[in-house]
Design a binder for this molecule. Structure first.
Ligand code: NAI
Length: 284
């Protein structure tokens, strides 16, 4: 069942909506009869995506708009919010999805860390603060969908800036949902989308064909819509390699580091290799 916020004519704003998961979401929203605004970098990139979305929109291209936006810039987000209000009257569904993963090193350039945090974390905080008060005031059912990552939950070694950004996004989205459900009369709900391995420009790394392990962006969005329909806060997506049961064990093991007083990131500590393997394989 599709979530009741997806009623024809509702307005969805998708950041990072010109490619990957964001574009797939914008297309599905348009097919559901929503009016859609995509926000992304690069005029050409945006215009091509807007045309694709427009060709699927129930009432045609007039229901689609595109606004060049760098989500790390507060003034861009304010301009985006105002543009959507002017054209469509307000926003019902906000998908804070723009994200980057250029790679990072613990003692690497501060500018790289700052960019990752500015886009992946501040982009979501500022996006939420810019849009959500108006969404609440509109008094209609609505959604905020923030795209997180399993790397923000189990925080594997190798890309600390990305992990920090997505761990922060998870904490922010949990606090946001708590705030929204305790706001009298508020009909907006927040959700944390946690994709699995999805084949997009972010993960392609020179590959042309989709690896067998990966899901497509469209599969991810279909799963998201199904779980939104079930009102899940944590939309934990599997992929072709990792079923939910394995994610559950990995998440429980990570939380267990504190409870069991194990070393940080013990999943990747040689002394715990066997114990971790046994844990994920054990029958209940
Ligand atoms: P993608 O690279 O295909 O799409 C990301 C879009 O965000 C691009 O169109 C890009 O131009 C845009 N963008 C980047 N910086 C921006 C900025 N400052 N302002 C506005 N737009 C900006 O990547 P994908 O995979 O679709 O990623 C979407 C989200 O999903 C990201 O937040 C990513 O971290 C997350 N994610 C992706 C996974 C995957 O396996 N692909 C797994 C887990 C999370």
């Amino acid at each position: 069942m599709t979530h009741f916020a997806f009623t024809p004519g509702s307005v969805a704003v998708v950041t990072g909506g010109a490619a990957g998961i964001g574009l797939a979401a914008a297309k599905r929203f348009a097919q559901l009869g929503l009016r859609v605004c995509i926000a992304d970098l690069g005029e050409d990139h945006l215009m091509r995506a807007a045309q694709e979305i427009g060709s699927l929109a129930v009432r045609g291209g007039n229901d689609v708009m595109a606004v060049e936006t760098d989500v790390s810039r507060a003034e861009d987000l304010r301009r985006l919010e105002a543009a959507v209000r002017d054209r469509f009257g307000g926003t019902d569904i906000l998908m804070n999805n723009a994200g980057i993963q250029p790679g990072s090193a613990m003692f690497g350039a501060a500018a790289n860390w700052e960019r990752v945090l500015d886009v992946n974390l501040w982009g979501v905080i500022r996006g939420t603060q810019t849009f959500v008060p108006g969404m609440i005031a509109r008094g209609r059912p609505g959604l905020v969908i923030n795209t997180g990552s399993k790397q923000g939950i189990t925080t594997p070694p190798g890309d600390p800036a990305y992990n920090v950004s997505k761990a922060g996004l998870k904490a922010f989205t949990e606090a946001l949902q708590h705030e929204l459900r305790n706001t009298p009369g508020c009909q907006i709900r927040a959700h944390l989308l946690i994709p699995g391995f999805v084949f997009t420009a972010l993960t392609a790394k020179g590959r042309i064909g989709k690896p067998a392990a990966a899901w497509t962006p469209e599969q991810t969005v279909d799963f998201m819509l199904e779980r939104l329909g079930a009102n899940d806060f944590y939309i934990l997506c599997p992929d072709n390699d990792v079923p939910r049961s394995l994610d559950e064990r990995r998440i429980l093991w990570a939380a267990g580091d504190i409870v069991e007083n194990r070393p940080a990131l013990s999943r990747w500590h040689p002394d715990y290799k066997q114990a971790f393997e046994a844990y994920i394989q054990k029958d209940d």
